[in-house]
Design a protein around this ligand. Structure first.
Ligand code: NAG
Ligand code: NAG
Ligand code: NAG
Ligand code: NAG
Length: 374
């Protein structure tokens, strides 16, 4: 090689190396910045409980979730949940050893019966609605539900129904674990940047498919896709656009919900056409008012019945305050539930004015009853 050419090649080499180093530096520094920003606000996981060989249990320290890659709404990478597989929750092994489900007939010795549960439920709840509340006054009806029916959680008829508490960062989700083993379906409507309770269920219950929907993609996609399938839309009574209260990504710390136009898919379409479900074992609904557009779908003979979809148990946060005629809708929903004998409800909770949490158990659907109650 001619010395001059050699020189040019060398200069070119040095130039390109410095350019790549410069690029590398900027790339690294921007992703380090992003990483440190994410690491400064890691998501706390509940402390795992592990079973020791001698049958005792031990609490491990709470883990923190560190996001695996750069924050990218469509990468589906998710947070690093590598610790999940090795530290299943206390009941995991117990549930994993259950016999396979045969839901074609009643158990020979059922733990409880629908009749018993309904009898206790109505004996306790009905007088509260009849005597203490004027059913015409929708606002008072809703306001008083929670306080008044709290005592009904302790009736003797419920003693054979074990309801587990799954703690989220901001509330408790309730669940009855199955009495036999088969694939389970869990659907979350409204993730709200918080999957602690789902993770608890994921670590507790083998063979469960998780589906979650939220119109806010970041960080719900990353959180949910670590253990389930995420859908980037809201649920409503019809497909289209709706003004819903949502929790934007930038408000993670303040948890300030704001109104935004979001794309909605109608609930029956989501369950039937997208998810192809016939039975939902666990349904958690927390969508800041949007639920009031479709709660009537759960009644007898309505949309979900028409599609042959049963819901075995659901946690719902009702927001009559956030929705036009919200109190009237809540009032007629609860009234209809009381008449139908399909669901009983427990675990009433009120947070701020106009926000109510309830846990519903299906005591009508044979498969649900056989799987969770008998
Ligand atoms: C059970 O085993 C653990 C360690 O494996 C030990 O620390 C603990 O003391 C044991 N408990 C009992 C009751 O033997
Ligand atoms: C995930 O976290 C574990 C420790 O909890 C670590 O060993 C592993 O390298 C992490 N994986 C990734 C891809 O960051
Ligand atoms: C409803 O509440 C308001 C104020 O709290 C009270 O004045 C009214 O009497 C209540 N109505 C019924 C039917 O309880
Ligand atoms: C829907 O699920 C049923 C089983 O419940 C299955 O037979 C059917 O093939 C599924 N349909 C689609 C389109 O995946």
């Amino acid at each position: 090689m001619h010395p001059k050419t050699k020189m040019t090649v060398l200069i070119c080499l040095i130039f390109s190396i410095s350019i790549s180093l410069l690029f590398y530096y900027f790339n690294v520094s921007s992703s380090t910045k992003l990483a440190s920003k994410l690491e400064s606000e890691p998501i706390k996981l509940p402390p795992p409980i592990v079973e020791l060989p001698n049958g005792t249990h031990k609490n491990l320290p709470a883990k923190q979730l560190i996001y695996r890659g750069e924050l990218n709404s469509m990468d589906g990478v998710g947070y690093n949940f590598s610790d999940i597989d090795t530290t299943p929750f206390l009941k995991f092994h117990e549930l994993n050893n259950l016999p396979n489900c045969d839901l074609s007939m009643d158990k020979l010795e059922p733990k409880t019966t629908s009749e018993k549960l309904l009898k206790g439920f109505h004996r306790c709840v009905d007088p509260i609605f009849e005597n203490q509340l004027n059913p015409l006054d929708a606002r008072n009806f809703s306001l008083k539900i929670c306080d008044a029916i709290q005592k009904c959680d302790n009736i003797g008829e419920y003693k054979d129904v074990k309801i587990e508490a799954l703690k989220n960062l901001h509330e408790i989700k309730w669940a009855i674990l199955p009495k036999c083993k088969e694939d389970n379906v869990m659907v979350t409507l409204g993730i709200g940047h918080d999957v602690n309770a789902e993770v608890l269920l994921y670590r507790t219950l083998p063979k469960t498919k998780f589906y979650g929907a939220d119109p806010i993609i970041e960080p719900n996609l990353q959180l949910y896709s670590s253990f389930g399938k995420f859908f980037p839309f809201a649920l409503g009574d019809k497909a289209g656009m709706n003004r819903f209260k949502v929790l934007p990504n930038q408000n993670q710390k303040t948890r300030a919900y704001t109104y935004q136009d979001v794309t909605t898919i109608d609930l029956p379409y989501f369950f039937k056409n997208i998810l192809n479900l016939t039975q939902i074992d666990f349904l958690w609904i927390d969508i800041e008012g949007g639920e009031l557009t479709f709660m009537d779908h759960f009644h007898k003979g309505k949309q979900l019945d028409e599609l042959g979809i049963s819901v075995c148990q659901f946690n719902i946060e009702l927001h009559p305050e956030f929705w036009p005629n919200g109190y009237e809708i809540t009032h007629s929903f609860i009234n209809q539930i009381l008449k139908e004998n399909r669901y009983i409800f427990l675990k009433p909770m009120t947070t701020t004015t106009g926000v109510y949490r309830l846990f519903f158990i299906n005591v009508e659907d044979e498969k649900c009853v056989r799987k969770f109650l008998q």
